[in-house]
Design a protein around this ligand. Sequence first.
Ligand SMILES: Cc1ncc(COP(=O)(O)O)c(C=O)c1O
Length: 424
Amino acid sequence: MPNDRKKFIQQVGAGLLIAGMPSIASAQEFSGSITDVNDFEGGDAEDEKYWKRIANKYYVVSKDYVNLENGYYGIQPKPVLQAFERNILLANREGARFARKLYPELSTTIKKELAAFLHVSPEEIIVTRNATEALNIAIQGYPFTPGDEVLISQLDYYSMIEAFRMLEKRGRIKVNAFELPLLPANEDEIAELYRQQITDKTKVILLTHVSNINGLIVPVAKITAMAKQKGIDTITDSAHALGQVPFSLPALGSDFVGMNLHKWIGNPIGAGVLYIKKERIKEMSMLFGDVNTAENDISKLAHFGTTPFAVMMTIPDSLAFHKLMGVEKLTRRLHYLKSIWINELEKLPVVEIVTPKNLSCAIASFRVRDKKVAEVADYLYHQHNILTVNRSLGNEGCIRVTPAAYTSADDVMKFVNAVRNYLK
Ligand SMILES: Cc1ncc(COP(=O)(O)O)c(C=O)c1O
């Protein structure tokens, strides 16, 4: 095996190592690592044998139901879970000595690795506990002036809408909401619709990179470029984008981007990231009190208190596994799984697909004419052990279906057949 490959296996297995780290986190401790880079060769979207092997070897998932609700949080791959367990044991065994003597250096390493993964500077990110926290820091810390307007759509995530509505209630901004079409023809149509909604008071546009409601992928870079020409900022919610779809954070052009690592990166729950472009940091005010940090230092925004050490320490392992899996390959697979069910269900006249197949990835949604979405989702779960979730969308709502890396084409067909049964 070539040397760089060996090194990579060690990296995936070894987690974080720094001088003075107790032996429980040593590479030997993890010698039972199952990760083998050879397993990840090939992997076309339709290669069921490949994906079954990955699922069986790298994921432990419940066999008594079909999980098509992977939009909530991602299942950690086995090597990540092992690293997490090891990190929990370490943090617990070592107590305050660990937190005081080791963690400060570890957290710097974690931030560096995360920044490298995102292709930005460590001075432009803070590690948060989730995307909601990251985006609230951006939204509530943004330097609005009286009269500023913010543009949102009905497909944005409700917590971010709440945050802007709260600022509106406090008299700081005015929120303008508009309806995106559910089935736009292409990216240009979406960008043009945003452009048309801009007023001379628009200061910020909230962009939900991948909608949690119908999976629509919004052309963030295009809209941001157009907005910037008019002096408007975008605050981008990439909670569902990071790890699900390939993108370059610098190329998005958005100066404020919130993400999490527990959806598509596969990290243990409780980790998010906020990116703020270096030059913009000094304008931001703090959500969590801090008067001592320099105004152009992003850590002024990260005065969180005690952190979930083990969750944070596992970040390098989850990034390493995700890189090994390969985001392009994963995206193609997820797109394929989504297309299987859409291609089948769109033949049924009473089924309405509310997601544009080619402007989405894993997440897509549907509804059945004259049927309550909760009733359909309940039927799928109680009669067929298939978990989906119904989401609010206009008066009728929709049912969101989200496969993951470990989902088989057979599982997706079980869902298709269950819907067919429902309609009989
Ligand atoms: C689009 C979107 N933004 C933000 C969030 C919030 O993420 P977190 O739970 O990490 O705060 C979610 C969660 O589902 C989401 O779908």
